[in-house]
Design a protein around this ligand. Sequence first.
Ligand code: NAD
Length: 356
Amino acid sequence: MKKTIAVIRGDGIGPEIVGETLRVLDAVAEKFGHQFTYVEAPMGGNAIDAFGVPLPDSSLETCLTADSVLLGAVGGPKWDAQPSANRPERGLLKLRSAMGLYTNIRPARMFSELSAACPLRADIAAKGIDFVVVRELIGGLYFGEHTTSEADGEQKAVDVCSYAEHEIRRVAHVAFGMARKRRKRVTSIDKSNVLDTSRLWRKTVEEVAKEYPDVELLHMYVDNAAMQIVRDPSQFDVIVTENLFGDILSDEASQITGSIGMIPSSSMGEGTRGLYEPIHGSAPDIAGQNKANPIGTILAGAMMLRYSFDMAAEAGAVEAAVDAALKAGFRCGDIWNQGGTLVGCREMGAEICRRI
Ligand code: NAD
């Protein structure tokens, strides 16, 4: 297969972690007989320096015409004084909106070799953590009307939360489609005992579920879900939820797996083109020092193979190579433990490539 990938290296550690991910993708291409073409799309602080804006039109065009987009991270103290309309993060928001990315997918998976970094009790961690949070990304409370007014001598603030059926339906399809490729269980999280938007959410998810009779659907209130994620995360396969609940629960889910440097994420819209990135930022404190852990970005590359290119075996090969490098004891600084072999970003990339 031939695929064109728009590459946003970004700022800080971005170029280092993306560089290693491209090496891994090259190893995949060689092993499985594919051809990946990389087209550079400057975005973030480096684009402000070179073009005066965080997302030049040429970069946007590259992303909108590629088969998929790989991103390192953007931002850093150098651009903190920029006016808010021209900050590096603005480029990312503009890109997400232009690509129509309405779903964010964040796996929460704990590597058994890193179980010491899991903040949960050992007997809970031993049952394993391997689930995915599918979050609605461009609706709900964050995108409703926000007003602050003054009445009777005090201020009053209102944030409007609204969902239309089509906004729920499309994200539910993503979750059920994903569950089909996993352990075939969707847990839909809402607060339907209180909120109208949640009642519509539940009803719509149930309608979509009828198209996936092979996938089990469970419902859970968000307050209970927050408890269950730390009480017994092994019960979850795919979680689907609205924007606000997903924002909070996906951070909780990331935290229980250990390090920020290990976790990938993808944002999807219509079609198969997605935006794939690690969940962390540009880590300016360790930029340019060969200290960054590239695994989150490499696993984002694996997600791209699986979800955008339908290359399940290739994605599995990347994930297995990451597992094998960890089993062999290689550790970047953020996941280092006694007895591990401390390596830099480049060496970790090389160890993973060797195991593809
Ligand atoms: P950060 O995630 O960049 O760093 C937080 C801490 O985690 C730092 O100590 C850092 O060294 C460490 N860390 C992060 N990724 C690591 C990795 N791969 N390997 C080893 N250690 C890692 O968060 P921050 O410091 O709050 O933000 C720095 C910049 O990144 C800011 O400008 C922020 O706006 C930006 N940011 C960008 C994105 C994005 O591009 N999607 C997301 C979050 C933050």
